[in-house]
Design a protein around this ligand. Structure first.
Ligand SMILES: Cc1cc2nc3c(=O)[nH]c(=O)nc-3n(C[C@H](O)[C@H](O)[C@H](O)COP(=O)(O)O)c2cc1C
Length: 107
């Protein structure tokens, strides 16, 4: 609804920009999970351009990690964007363990 060209979005939102370690772009101090990426491929896919990134640095709040030190999606609380309905959603609950949830199901 506004452009960073005319408005300081950081001061408006109360978020804090910090200098990244590896890339030439700021990251947001208050965010629980920061992935600094190097662009390794750019694909024109029609209406949009897809950027494929290689993660070259990770910063994570302890509070967003599970007991093994990996990001816990329930704690990170990512936002999903649905373009067709122009709607934002939160991620739902745990469904099951990958690569074993289908075991024992007759096909
Ligand atoms: C997937 C996607 C979703 C967006 N959703 C919104 C939105 O909900 N509200 C909004 O004001 N801008 C939305 N935008 C637009 C940008 O956030 C932003 O307004 C635009 O980049 C112009 O700001 P800038 O000049 O500072 O880059 C969206 C952009 C993308 C790519």
């Amino acid at each position: 609804m506004v452009s960073g060209r005319d408005t300081d979005k950081f001061s408006t939102t109360g978020l804090t920009p910090l200098k990244s370690d590896m890339v030439d772009a700021p990251y947001v101090k208050e965010f629980p999970l920061i992935l600094e990426c190097k662009v390794i491929n750019i694909v024109e896919i029609g209406l949009h351009t897809q950027f494929v990134g290689e993660i070259i640095d990770v910063k994570a709040d302890e509070a967003a990690l599970n007991e093994k030190g990996f990001p816990d999606i329930a704690k990170v609380k990512p936002i999903l964007f649905s373009p067709e309905t122009r709607a934002y959603h939160k991620v739902g609950g745990y469904l099951g363990e990958a690569f074993s949830i289908g075991k024992g199901v007759a096909i």
